[in-house]
Design a protein around this ligand. Structure first.
Ligand SMILES: Nc1ncnc2c1ncn2[C@@H]1O[C@H](COP(=O)(O)OP(=O)(O)OP(=O)(O)O)[C@@H](O)[C@H]1O
Ligand SMILES: Cc1cc2nc3c(=O)[nH]c(=O)nc-3n(C[C@H](O)[C@H](O)[C@H](O)CO)c2cc1C
Length: 308
């Protein structure tokens, strides 16, 4: 997959089959669009182009904090694994957001990409105030000569797949629901930072993690079975996200105890794949009681990892 960041340096595309969106999560609904896109490109001997925006339009338009399911590099890796030929990353700013919908189609979509086919999700909106949608693309189709395909919302157990539902599931610690809607296991990346060196004194050292990307969604509190990838090795472990109520701490910690592992990994980057939710954070009467629970958690995490 080629990734393009500069709109002035685009190569000529052969029968461009284009889709546009933020594709946060690259979930099952997005995958359906990408499948239809690949099919259409194969039919016309064309190339597939995914046009996405960075930063996320919500950040510019609403000034909202983002909580992205996938960072730009995670999104690019997923799109590449799905066989996309070109990813175009468009810098989204106030000026871009202010374009009228018909000017956006004429100057941006058609002017820059000359699409043979446009494929869009059922709720795709564009242009100032999100005024443009499928109807406008249909009305302009004859003038600009593109094929137009709209993909309906995908359902899982009769639930419409959406990035919003996946974000809600992750905030509620429901990694199983998120995984079902995503079509793959949720993961995040963190750097190992120093804590207060207490973990090793109870026999469960934990790598304390600081999220690498500030816009990445924060998973809800709880204890989870997880694996961590360090360089190329994948190691089983148990992940804790919470305020350590037993210690009357106030800041939320993200920490992982790795099984059969004993190395200094401060400053290293870990990718943590979250396999399953085990239990909520609890306040224990002593560190000994917590230690007993951690033993049980390890048994449960090992069983969960074995089954997944
Ligand atoms: N099995 C393991 N799992 C996680 N980290 C390990 C493991 N073995 C060694 N380590 C190393 O030990 C560090 C954790 O030790 P320890 O938990 O005592 O200190 P800490 O970083 O201050 O964490 P905490 O604040 O949770 O006590 C990790 O950052 C890592 O470098
Ligand atoms: C798997 C796991 C589960 C944890 N569960 C809790 C918990 O329920 N309550 C709590 O106060 N701390 C919990 N912790 C954090 C624990 O207090 C911390 O790792 C040690 O005190 C060392 O800082 C957990 C840690 C791990 C690795």
């Amino acid at each position: 997959m080629q990734v393009h960041y500069d709109l002035e340096q685009l190569p000529p595309f052969r029968n461009a089959v284009v889709t546009i969106g933020t594709f946060d999560g690259v979930h099952l609904g997005h995958r359906e669009i990408l499948r239809a896109q690949r099919q259409a490109a194969d039919r016309c001997g064309g190339e597939t182009l995914v046009i996405t925006f960075d930063p996320h339009p919500r950040k510019i338009v609403q000034g909202a904090s983002l909580e992205l399911i996938t960072t730009l590099s995670e999104k690019a890796a997923l799109l590449e694994s799905l066989g996309v030929d070109h990813l175009v990353v468009v810098p989204f700013n106030a000026e871009f957001a202010a374009q009228e919908a018909d000017a956006y189609v004429r100057d941006f979509l058609v002017g820059r990409f000359h699409p043979h086919t446009l494929i869009i999700g059922y709720d795709h909106r564009f242009g100032k105030g999100r005024s443009g949608g499928y109807e406008l693309l249909e009305a302009l189709q004859a003038r600009y000569g593109y094929q137009l395909i709209e993909i309906p919302q995908q359902l899982v157990h009769s639930i419409g797949v959406s990035s919003t539902k996946i974000r809600q599931a992750l905030k509620q610690s429901d990694v199983a629901a998120a995984e079902e809607l995503l079509g793959y296991r949720f993961s995040f990346e963190g750097t190992v930072i120093h804590g207060d060196k207490l973990g090793r004194t109870i026999g469960y050292p934990t790598a304390n993690l600081s999220y690498t990307d500030s816009d990445k969604i924060r998973l809800g509190e709880g204890v989870y079975a997880a694996t961590a990838t360090l360089h190329k090795d994948t190691i089983g472990g148990m992940l804790s996200i919470g305020k350590r109520p037993t210690l009357n701490d106030v800041v939320e910690r993200v920490e992982i105890n790795l099984f059969d592992f004993n190395k200094d990994i401060y400053e290293e980057q870990l990718r943590v794949e979250v396999h399953s939710y085990l239990r909520p954070q609890e306040k224990y009467t002593s560190l000994d009681a917590l230690k007993e629970q951690l033993h049980l958690d390890k048994v449960n995490a090992l069983a969960a990892l074995k089954g997944s």
